[in-house]
Design a protein around this ligand. Sequence first.
Ligand code: MG
Length: 158
Amino acid sequence: MIRVGIGYDSHRLVEGRSLVLGGLRIPFERGLDGHSDADAVAHALTDALLGAAGAGDIGRLFPDTAPEWKDADSIVLLRQACELIRGRGFVPWQADITIIAERPRLNGYFAAMAARLSDATGIVVANLGLKAKTNEGLGWIGRGEGIAVMAVATVESP
Ligand code: MG
């Protein structure tokens, strides 16, 4: 049986923070603000996988009020969520991710991002889709105030 989940995340871009997306530190003059490392790719994918498994959501598992998740590496959270999913009898199978960011250009990082996400989730690289779009200058994303990520993921029960 295959089940589908959807995930969305967004974070504000601020000075003085590193930009972390898909487990990679990406050279840029600003970074995403948040309680953890604010890796919106990891967060959207985590929510998609949790949703597919009917296992809640990232905010319930890793509350942003908890001191242990302060500045957390979100790849670690993604890995823990996948362990929970496997514990419920599901196997992460496939994911497709769209990053909406006016800047920086991200296409050159997709191979390395997919390798990190594959390592954390157990999903083979061939089943991990990564895309990036600008928002054509429209709204808060277009003004460079933040970055949003959408993800869908499937899990199978063997
Ligand atoms: Mg987030």
